[in-house]
Each structure stands twice: as structure tokens, then as C-alpha cells.
Design a protein. Sequence first.
Length: 236
Amino acid sequence: MFDKFDFDVILRALPYLLRDGLTFTLTLTALATAGGIVLGTMLAVARLSGLGILARIVTGYVNLMRSLPLVLVIFWFYFLVPYLAQWATGAARPIPVGAFASALITFTLFEAAYFSEIIRAGIQSIPIGQQDAGLALGLRKLQVMAKIILPQAFRNMLPVLLTQTIVLFQDTSLVYVVSLPDFLGVTSQIAQRDGRLVEMYLFAALVYFAISFLASRGVRVLQRRAGAGGAGGVSA
């Protein structure tokens, strides 16, 4: 079987695959992770704020995002964002936002729902006595959250956040539906152009596996360092 493989097609396309495709995928993963964690932290804090209306709104948002297929959300924002930009600016026609901006907004908003649940669990894993101690020292609630609770929570839930980032890295392959040149997208283009689907898709699978496997090993190292007690108390 493998004697009919044309491995040269992979070598010829390798610079393009790594320079354009993989760089795009990793960039989108990094930006969406950063945005998702920031927004997810705000959602988690809002949900734990004790403000009934705000907590219900955040809960509804999280449940909505976690109930929708990601590919549907990508389509939705890709076609909706230009109309939102038109409404916000008062323009006469929809404003093109671009596929990358739409994808980044989609992944940030979608992943924030998952990150918020991880962060909420991380915050709740910190003993309530530490919050009471901070308040007793004269700190405001937001100061206690920012200076005492969140630093410990993030240290405890770092392995889980990284695990969700691995899932996000794999999910970025869905941007092919809006014709973005991610790693899988450019691999598919070359495979169809050269008629070497098996070789190219096998190579793509190996790259995704290698990156995800190495990242997973890194997560295990962090879990061992954090200790079973610190890492095991946080779950999505």
C-alpha cells in the first residue's frame, strides 16, 4: 500500500503548509484562547456576583453557546457581523468584516462559555475563608477576587484550561466552511490540486496528533506538579 505513496508531495508543500496553514491555525488558537479566557473570567465573576438578573443572563448565554454546534455559530457570525457593523455605524449597507475577524469573534464568544465554567469551578474551589479574610483586611470584593481568589484559582485550573485550549486547536479546522486558509484548509487544497488525498490528509492527521499529544503531555506534567488535590478539584 505505502509503496504507491508520493511522499514528495508533502515535502514540496511543507513550507506552505507550515508558513501559512499551521501559522494561521496557531495564531487563531492563541488569540481565541486569550480572548476566551478574559471574557470567560468576566462571565464567571458575573455569574458568582450574586446579582440575580446578571447571573441569569450569563447563565442563559453559557447554556446557549454550549448547546449550539460550533460550525453553526461560525456560519451565523460570518453572515451576521456585517449587519451588526452596519447597524452600529449607521452605514447604508452591510460592512464586510472579513472571514478572519468573524472567525476570531466566533471562537472567542463560543469558547468563553466553556472557559467560564472552568473558571467558575476554579473560583469555587478556593475556600470561602480566604475571601472573608480579604474583606476583613479592608479589601473590596473585586480586589479580593483579583488579588487573592483568581491567582490561586488560575494556578489550580491551569491544566484544565490548557486541555480546553487543545480542544480549541482541533476545532479551528472548522473555519474551512468560510474558506479560511487554516492548516487543514491548505492541506485540502493541495490534496485536491495534486490528486493526493490520502498522503495529505494522513500528514494533516499526524500533525494534529503530534501537537495535541505533546500538549497533553505538558498538561500531565502540570497536573503532577500541581498535585492531585489542586488539579482534581476543578472540572468543566
